[in-house]
Design a protein around this ligand. Structure first.
Ligand code: GDP
Ligand code: MG
Length: 297
């Protein structure tokens, strides 16, 4: 179980900048119960997460339907430290009336923007703590049909506030063909509802290898993922993270089997800085200016 985090492989310049700023990345995980959110978090970071009070942003008095939990892991690779925070949202979609399941999540994301704005407005702004959500992984149930009204509503409400990264949960329960068709239907639904999911920018000056790698990652969205924090044994005796079926093993870290590796690469290696920049330069900036307008400034 080596080499989870490739962030020490970031291009040197980006890397140095990030190290100096202190690497802190916050990912939110949303989706109905039982879709494998907690399992993915463990699979993704392969390390024990601890409750992080410092990153938690207190939600207001609105009735608690969806819980917001902030967990962190300090990861070190080649001597470089990274603090990863995962904001889990158990309870989403579990209620008889889910009309407002998205509301506590939107409130939490905005409260994090407000906390940042408040720091910017202080006289001493040298040490800004960035607890904003830099990416939101949204779990879609592996129905093979299309998006549910709950999915559409959540994404429509949140897409201007956070980088949305949709994933197909438990993709080991679908065949390859089913996944292919389901992905297309999801993308059609997303386009039809004018939902903006995260799109990585393409730079002309990137080397062809980087361009190809980015294109490859983006082409997999919505990532069809499989999570497992358990090791299973292959016929040849090798132990891998995976899920065992009578007909064989689905390997988490095998790119032929699912898109988990691509999702991890995107978050932790290729697009971490981009996700942070887009959050700051576009999502937060829009929020900030709307807020100033509404206050008549
Ligand atoms: P959560 O409620 O979204 O946090 O879901 P959990 O992570 O607690 O997982 C719910 C159940 O689904 C557990 O029994 C997991 O072992 C199982 N599970 C998690 N990920 C996968 C997956 O990728 N494929 C399959 N088939 N089962 C999974
Ligand atoms: Mg859970």
């Amino acid at each position: 179980l080596q080499g989870y985090v490739g962030f020490a492989n970031l291009p040197n310049q980006v890397h140095r900048k990030s190290v100096k700023k202190g690497f802190h990345f916050t990912v939110m995980i949303v989706g109905e119960s039982g879709l494998g959110k907690s399992t993915l978090v463990n699979t993704l970071f392969g390390t024990t997460l601890y409750p992080n009070k410092a990153n938690a942003v207190p939600s207001d008095e609105s009735p608690k339907t969806v819980e917001i939990q902030s967990l962190s892991a300090d990861i070190e690779e080649n001597g470089v430290k990274l603090r990863l925070t995962v904001v889990d949202t158990p309870g989403f979609g579990d209620f008889v009336n889910n009309e407002e399941s998205w509301k506590p999540i939107l409130d939490n994301i905005e409260a994090r923007f407000d906390a940042y704005l408040e720091q910017e407005n202080r006289v001493n702004r040298r040490k800004l703590v960035d607890n904003r959500v830099h990416a939101c992984i949204y779990f879609i149930a592996p129905t093979g049909h299309s998006l549910k009204p709950l999915d559409v509503e959540f994404m429509r409400r949140l897409h201007t506030k956070v980088n949305l990264i949709p994933v197909i949960a438990k993709s080991d329960t679908l065949t390859e063909d089913e996944i292919k068709e389901f992905k297309q239907r999801i993308l059609d639904d997303i386009a039809f509802h004018k939902i903006q999911i995260y799109q990585a920018p393409q730079y002309e000056y990137d080397d062809p290898e980087t361009v190809a790698e980015n294109r490859e990652i983006m082409s997999k969205i919505p990532f069809a993922i499989v999570g497992s924090d358990k090791e299973v044994e292959l016929p040849d005796g090798r132990k891998v993270r995976g899920r065992k079926y009578p007909w064989g093993v689905i390997e988490v870290d095998n790119q032929e089997h699912n898109d988990f590796v691509k999702l991890r690469q995107m978050l932790i290696r290729t697009h971490m800085e981009e996700l942070k920049e887009y959050t700051n330069d576009v999502l937060y900036e829009n929020y900030r200016s709307e807020k100033l307008v509404s206050m008549g400034v």
